[in-house]
Design a protein around this ligand. Structure first.
Ligand SMILES: C[S@@+](CC[C@H](N)C(=O)[O-])C[C@H]1O[C@@H](n2cnc3c(N)ncnc32)[C@H](O)[C@@H]1O
Length: 221
């Protein structure tokens, strides 16, 4: 079983459980989109590990005319997105690995939610460099993701806090299923990832949102 198999398998009930599994769901996705700036109303956007299109849905509330490319390894997840955006001709789909996918143009916004934490630290470094290179000057990179704390005891405490919050919303069975997916997590610290963004060419970086284990990392080229 690999990361795309596990998401392919859960694609149909993925959206229904999200709000209950992500404490602070609306602020997490809301801030990721709120912090985006673009002059005009039709930014060219790439959503890395787009899944069922949740982050794109938030983005479209702010920029209804955005032209968005969704890329994901799990085609069943993209199928949910295809259905969600079936009336929107500005959305396109690529069932590919974003580490190896090739691109021609440049983007105003490159964004990702809850996907990059599946990569190893080395792959994260590679990904930030690859995609900051694909941004227009002034373009924005957003990663709304799970992060780890550099101090293991703090990390354990924060995970426990989040688990307690989640267990108020889901059955033990749902909780255990979600935990199965954690086997594919490989979180890294906020500082490491901000350094990657800077070294890749972002002039400004920051963290507009953090709640225990979840953070929004932002960089502007
Ligand atoms: C937890 S889901 C997040 C989906 C969506 N962004 C959201 O916020 O709900 C993670 C997604 O990342 C995708 N993914 C993981 N590694 C990937 C890679 N290397 N290339 C493309 N997609 C990847 C998985 O297939 C999965 O659909």
């Amino acid at each position: 079983m690999n990361v795309s198999d596990i998401f392919d398998r859960h694609a149909r009930n993925y959206d229904g459980e999200r709000e209950r599994l992500i404490p602070g769901f609306h602020d997490f996705y809301g801030v990721a989109v709120d912090v985006l700036t673009f002059e005009g109303d039709n930014p060219k956007v790439l959503d890395l590990g787009a899944g069922t299109g949740l982050l794109t849905e938030f983005l479209l509330k702010k920029y209804p005319n955005a032209e968005v490319e969704l890329i994901d390894l799990a085609d069943n997840m993209l199928d949910v997105a295809r259905e969600r955006f079936k009336d929107n001709p500005n959305i396109s789909y690529r069932n590919e690995n974003y580490l190896t996918a090739e691109f021609d143009g440049e983007y105003d916004i490159i964004m990702s939610s809850l996907s990059i934490h599946h990569l190893t630290q080395e792959e994260k470094g590679f990904l930030y460099e690859k995609y900051v290179n694909l941004l227009n000057d002034g373009g924005i990179f957003i990663n709304a993701d799970l992060v780890c704390d550099e101090d293991d005891s703090v990390e354990r405490l924060f995970y426990k806090k989040v688990d307690d919050l989640i267990l108020q919303n889901v059955s033990l069975e749902e909780f255990e299923q979600a935990n199965e997916r954690r086997k594919f997590d490989d979180t890294d610290s906020i500082q490491y990832q901000l350094d990657c963004l800077k070294e890749s060419g972002c002039n400004m970086v920051g963290v507009p949102f953090k709640f225990y284990t979840h953070a929004v990392l932002w960089g502007q080229k």
